[in-house]
Design a protein around this ligand. Structure first.
Ligand SMILES: O=c1ccn([C@@H]2O[C@H](COP(=O)(O)O)[C@@H](O)[C@H]2O)c(=O)[nH]1
Length: 271
Protein backbone atom coordinates (compact mmCIF):
# COMPACT_ATOMS: atom_id res chain seq x y z
CA UNK A 1 0.00 0.00 0.00
CA UNK A 2 1.29 3.47 -0.83
CA UNK A 3 1.30 5.78 2.18
CA UNK A 4 1.51 9.46 1.18
CA UNK A 5 4.60 11.37 2.29
CA UNK A 6 2.55 13.72 4.52
CA UNK A 7 1.28 10.77 6.55
CA UNK A 8 4.73 9.21 6.77
CA UNK A 9 6.18 12.54 7.87
CA UNK A 10 3.52 12.93 10.58
CA UNK A 11 4.27 9.43 11.88
CA UNK A 12 8.04 10.01 11.84
CA UNK A 13 7.72 13.34 13.66
CA UNK A 14 5.38 11.79 16.26
CA UNK A 15 7.93 9.07 16.92
CA UNK A 16 11.22 10.94 16.57
CA UNK A 17 10.46 14.67 16.81
CA UNK A 18 10.56 17.26 14.00
CA UNK A 19 14.33 17.76 13.58
CA UNK A 20 15.80 17.26 10.12
CA UNK A 21 19.58 17.01 9.87
CA UNK A 22 21.22 18.07 6.63
CA UNK A 23 24.09 16.01 5.23
CA UNK A 24 26.32 18.69 3.71
CA UNK A 25 29.88 17.42 3.27
CA UNK A 26 31.50 20.83 2.75
CA UNK A 27 35.16 20.73 1.79
CA UNK A 28 36.05 22.42 5.11
CA UNK A 29 34.06 19.87 7.12
CA UNK A 30 35.81 16.97 5.37
CA UNK A 31 39.14 18.57 6.28
CA UNK A 32 38.07 19.34 9.86
CA UNK A 33 36.91 15.75 10.30
CA UNK A 34 40.33 14.56 9.14
CA UNK A 35 38.88 12.34 6.42
CA UNK A 36 40.17 14.41 3.49
CA UNK A 37 38.45 16.25 0.66
CA UNK A 38 38.33 13.11 -1.48
CA UNK A 39 35.88 10.44 -2.57
CA UNK A 40 37.02 8.25 0.29
CA UNK A 41 36.54 11.15 2.72
CA UNK A 42 33.04 11.74 1.31
CA UNK A 43 32.19 8.06 1.88
CA UNK A 44 33.53 8.04 5.44
CA UNK A 45 31.69 11.27 6.27
CA UNK A 46 28.39 10.01 4.83
CA UNK A 47 28.70 6.61 6.52
CA UNK A 48 29.39 8.26 9.88
CA UNK A 49 26.42 10.63 9.67
CA UNK A 50 24.03 7.90 8.53
CA UNK A 51 25.26 5.48 11.17
CA UNK A 52 25.00 8.08 13.94
CA UNK A 53 21.64 9.63 13.06
CA UNK A 54 19.46 7.56 10.74
CA UNK A 55 18.08 5.54 13.63
CA UNK A 56 16.97 8.57 15.61
CA UNK A 57 16.08 11.64 13.52
CA UNK A 58 12.86 11.90 11.51
CA UNK A 59 14.52 13.24 8.36
CA UNK A 60 17.94 13.38 6.80
CA UNK A 61 18.47 15.94 4.05
CA UNK A 62 21.50 15.25 1.86
CA UNK A 63 22.59 18.23 -0.23
CA UNK A 64 23.27 16.75 -3.68
CA UNK A 65 25.67 19.55 -4.69
CA UNK A 66 28.33 18.21 -2.32
CA UNK A 67 28.09 14.75 -3.91
CA UNK A 68 28.07 16.03 -7.50
CA UNK A 69 31.45 17.67 -6.77
CA UNK A 70 32.91 14.17 -6.96
CA UNK A 71 31.14 13.10 -10.17
CA UNK A 72 29.67 9.65 -10.59
CA UNK A 73 31.66 8.31 -7.62
CA UNK A 74 30.07 10.93 -5.37
CA UNK A 75 26.59 10.02 -6.58
CA UNK A 76 27.31 6.34 -5.86
CA UNK A 77 28.24 7.30 -2.29
CA UNK A 78 25.00 9.24 -2.01
CA UNK A 79 22.91 6.37 -3.39
CA UNK A 80 24.40 3.98 -0.87
CA UNK A 81 24.00 6.40 2.05
CA UNK A 82 20.39 7.20 1.15
CA UNK A 83 19.45 3.52 0.89
CA UNK A 84 21.00 2.79 4.29
CA UNK A 85 19.39 5.83 5.90
CA UNK A 86 15.95 4.75 4.70
CA UNK A 87 16.54 1.18 5.81
CA UNK A 88 17.35 2.52 9.29
CA UNK A 89 14.00 4.30 9.42
CA UNK A 90 14.83 7.90 8.50
CA UNK A 91 12.89 9.66 5.79
CA UNK A 92 15.22 11.13 3.19
CA UNK A 93 14.62 14.56 1.68
CA UNK A 94 16.95 15.15 -1.27
CA UNK A 95 17.98 18.80 -1.37
CA UNK A 96 18.32 19.11 -5.14
CA UNK A 97 16.30 22.30 -5.81
CA UNK A 98 15.36 21.12 -9.27
CA UNK A 99 13.13 23.16 -11.58
CA UNK A 100 12.72 23.16 -15.36
CA UNK A 101 10.13 23.12 -18.10
CA UNK A 102 7.54 20.47 -17.39
CA UNK A 103 8.85 17.73 -19.67
CA UNK A 104 12.33 17.90 -18.09
CA UNK A 105 10.81 18.31 -14.64
CA UNK A 106 9.19 14.91 -15.11
CA UNK A 107 12.67 13.37 -15.37
CA UNK A 108 13.96 15.18 -12.27
CA UNK A 109 10.93 13.92 -10.35
CA UNK A 110 12.03 10.34 -11.00
CA UNK A 111 13.97 10.57 -7.71
CA UNK A 112 10.53 9.94 -6.17
CA UNK A 113 10.07 6.64 -7.99
CA UNK A 114 10.87 3.62 -5.81
CA UNK A 115 12.85 1.99 -8.64
CA UNK A 116 15.25 4.95 -9.04
CA UNK A 117 18.88 4.23 -8.01
CA UNK A 118 18.65 7.33 -5.80
CA UNK A 119 15.06 6.84 -4.61
CA UNK A 120 14.11 9.29 -1.88
CA UNK A 121 10.98 10.16 0.09
CA UNK A 122 10.86 13.82 -0.89
CA UNK A 123 12.87 16.45 -2.75
CA UNK A 124 13.23 20.21 -2.87
CA UNK A 125 12.17 21.94 -6.07
CA UNK A 126 12.40 25.45 -7.47
CA UNK A 127 9.31 27.21 -8.88
CA UNK A 128 11.31 29.82 -10.78
CA UNK A 129 10.00 28.64 -14.17
CA UNK A 130 6.47 29.11 -12.86
CA UNK A 131 4.80 26.94 -10.23
CA UNK A 132 2.83 25.04 -12.87
CA UNK A 133 6.11 23.83 -14.41
CA UNK A 134 6.27 21.58 -11.34
CA UNK A 135 3.02 19.77 -12.27
CA UNK A 136 4.79 16.59 -13.50
CA UNK A 137 6.62 16.34 -10.18
CA UNK A 138 3.32 16.71 -8.33
CA UNK A 139 1.87 13.92 -10.40
CA UNK A 140 4.87 11.61 -9.78
CA UNK A 141 4.77 12.42 -6.07
CA UNK A 142 1.05 11.61 -5.85
CA UNK A 143 1.51 8.38 -7.78
CA UNK A 144 4.37 7.09 -5.62
CA UNK A 145 3.59 8.65 -2.23
CA UNK A 146 6.47 11.12 -2.41
CA UNK A 147 6.73 14.68 -1.17
CA UNK A 148 7.91 18.03 -2.53
CA UNK A 149 9.21 21.10 -0.73
CA UNK A 150 8.96 24.16 -2.95
CA UNK A 151 11.24 27.16 -2.41
CA UNK A 152 9.01 30.01 -1.29
CA UNK A 153 10.89 32.37 1.06
CA UNK A 154 14.44 31.16 1.31
CA UNK A 155 16.93 31.78 4.10
CA UNK A 156 19.61 33.71 2.14
CA UNK A 157 19.85 37.45 2.88
CA UNK A 158 18.87 38.78 -0.57
CA UNK A 159 16.06 36.28 -1.17
CA UNK A 160 13.43 38.99 -0.92
CA UNK A 161 14.81 40.75 -4.01
CA UNK A 162 12.82 38.33 -6.16
CA UNK A 163 10.54 36.63 -3.67
CA UNK A 164 8.99 39.92 -2.51
CA UNK A 165 8.23 41.08 -6.05
CA UNK A 166 4.50 41.33 -6.55
CA UNK A 167 2.21 39.53 -8.96
CA UNK A 168 -1.05 41.45 -8.80
CA UNK A 169 -1.69 41.90 -5.07
CA UNK A 170 0.44 38.98 -3.88
CA UNK A 171 4.17 38.49 -3.46
CA UNK A 172 5.90 35.85 -5.58
CA UNK A 173 6.46 33.87 -2.35
CA UNK A 174 2.73 34.00 -1.59
CA UNK A 175 1.85 32.82 -5.10
CA UNK A 176 4.12 29.83 -4.49
CA UNK A 177 2.49 29.05 -1.13
CA UNK A 178 -1.02 29.37 -2.58
CA UNK A 179 -0.14 27.12 -5.53
CA UNK A 180 1.32 24.46 -3.25
CA UNK A 181 -1.77 24.67 -1.00
CA UNK A 182 -3.85 23.71 -4.03
CA UNK A 183 -1.87 20.48 -4.41
CA UNK A 184 -2.78 19.30 -0.90
CA UNK A 185 -6.21 17.71 -0.54
CA UNK A 186 -8.76 19.55 1.63
CA UNK A 187 -9.14 16.48 3.86
CA UNK A 188 -5.42 15.76 4.31
CA UNK A 189 -4.39 15.98 7.99
CA UNK A 190 -0.94 16.85 6.62
CA UNK A 191 -0.44 17.09 2.88
CA UNK A 192 2.63 15.84 1.05
CA UNK A 193 3.41 19.21 -0.52
CA UNK A 194 5.26 21.77 1.53
CA UNK A 195 7.26 24.94 1.19
CA UNK A 196 10.68 26.18 2.26
CA UNK A 197 10.67 29.24 4.50
CA UNK A 198 13.90 30.33 6.15
CA UNK A 199 14.26 30.56 9.93
CA UNK A 200 16.35 33.69 9.28
CA UNK A 201 13.50 35.99 8.22
CA UNK A 202 13.06 39.19 10.22
CA UNK A 203 9.31 38.53 10.12
CA UNK A 204 6.90 36.08 8.52
CA UNK A 205 5.81 38.10 5.51
CA UNK A 206 3.50 35.50 3.97
CA UNK A 207 0.31 33.70 4.93
CA UNK A 208 0.80 29.98 5.52
CA UNK A 209 -2.63 29.34 7.04
CA UNK A 210 -4.17 27.60 4.04
CA UNK A 211 -1.12 25.47 3.19
CA UNK A 212 -2.17 22.19 4.86
CA UNK A 213 1.38 20.95 4.26
CA UNK A 214 4.76 21.01 6.02
CA UNK A 215 7.15 23.97 6.19
CA UNK A 216 10.85 23.17 5.90
CA UNK A 217 12.76 25.81 7.87
CA UNK A 218 16.50 26.02 7.08
CA UNK A 219 18.87 28.67 8.36
CA UNK A 220 19.34 27.49 11.95
CA UNK A 221 22.78 27.55 13.49
CA UNK A 222 25.41 28.47 10.87
CA UNK A 223 23.15 31.02 9.18
CA UNK A 224 22.18 32.62 12.50
CA UNK A 225 18.63 31.32 13.00
CA UNK A 226 17.63 30.10 16.47
CA UNK A 227 14.82 28.05 17.99
CA UNK A 228 13.46 31.33 19.38
CA UNK A 229 13.28 32.61 15.78
CA UNK A 230 11.26 29.54 14.81
CA UNK A 231 8.75 30.25 17.59
CA UNK A 232 8.61 33.94 16.68
CA UNK A 233 8.03 33.22 12.98
CA UNK A 234 5.82 30.14 13.05
CA UNK A 235 4.35 30.00 16.57
CA UNK A 236 3.19 26.55 17.61
CA UNK A 237 0.76 24.15 16.01
CA UNK A 238 2.16 24.44 12.49
CA UNK A 239 3.89 21.47 10.84
CA UNK A 240 7.38 22.99 10.80
CA UNK A 241 10.40 20.82 10.05
CA UNK A 242 13.50 22.70 11.26
CA UNK A 243 16.64 21.64 9.43
CA UNK A 244 20.21 22.00 10.67
CA UNK A 245 23.37 20.98 8.81
CA UNK A 246 26.71 22.52 9.82
CA UNK A 247 25.67 23.17 13.43
CA UNK A 248 25.30 19.39 13.88
CA UNK A 249 27.93 18.12 11.44
CA UNK A 250 30.62 20.30 13.02
CA UNK A 251 30.48 18.00 16.06
CA UNK A 252 31.75 14.99 14.06
CA UNK A 253 33.35 12.65 13.29
CA UNK A 254 32.70 10.97 16.65
CA UNK A 255 29.23 9.35 16.29
CA UNK A 256 28.39 9.97 19.95
CA UNK A 257 29.23 13.67 19.53
CA UNK A 258 27.09 13.88 16.38
CA UNK A 259 24.19 12.26 18.21
CA UNK A 260 24.66 14.59 21.16
CA UNK A 261 24.61 17.65 18.88
CA UNK A 262 21.40 16.49 17.20
CA UNK A 263 19.88 15.70 20.59
CA UNK A 264 20.71 19.21 21.83
CA UNK A 265 18.73 20.72 18.92
CA UNK A 266 15.92 18.21 19.38
CA UNK A 267 15.80 18.99 23.09
CA UNK A 268 15.65 22.72 22.47
CA UNK A 269 12.88 22.22 19.91
CA UNK A 270 10.89 20.18 22.41
CA UNK A 271 10.90 22.83 25.16
O1 LIG B 1 16.30 28.57 1.87
C1 LIG B 1 17.11 27.64 1.94
C2 LIG B 1 16.93 26.45 1.27
C3 LIG B 1 17.84 25.44 1.44
N1 LIG B 1 18.92 25.59 2.22
C4 LIG B 1 19.86 24.44 2.35
O2 LIG B 1 19.84 23.99 3.70
C5 LIG B 1 21.17 23.69 4.13
C6 LIG B 1 21.55 24.65 5.25
O3 LIG B 1 22.81 24.31 5.79
P1 LIG B 1 23.32 24.96 7.18
O4 LIG B 1 24.69 24.40 7.34
O5 LIG B 1 22.39 24.49 8.28
O6 LIG B 1 23.32 26.43 7.01
C7 LIG B 1 22.06 23.80 2.89
O7 LIG B 1 22.10 22.53 2.27
C8 LIG B 1 21.31 24.77 2.01
O8 LIG B 1 21.56 24.55 0.64
C9 LIG B 1 19.10 26.77 2.90
O9 LIG B 1 20.08 26.96 3.65
N2 LIG B 1 18.19 27.77 2.73
Amino acid sequence: MIVPFGQRLSAAVAERGPLCVGIDPHEQLLLDWGVGDSLDGLRRFTDAVVEALAGSVALLKPQIAFYERFGSGGLAVLEDGVARARAAGALVLLDAKRGDIGSTMAAYADYLRPDHPLAVDAMTVSPYLGPESLAPAVSTAKHHGGGLFVLARTSNPDAGTLQHATVGERSVAQVVVDTVAGWNGPGDPLGSFGVVVGATLPELDLDLDGLRGPVLAPGLGAQGGTVADLRRLFGTGRAVVPTVSRAVLGAGPDPAALRAAAERWAGELAT
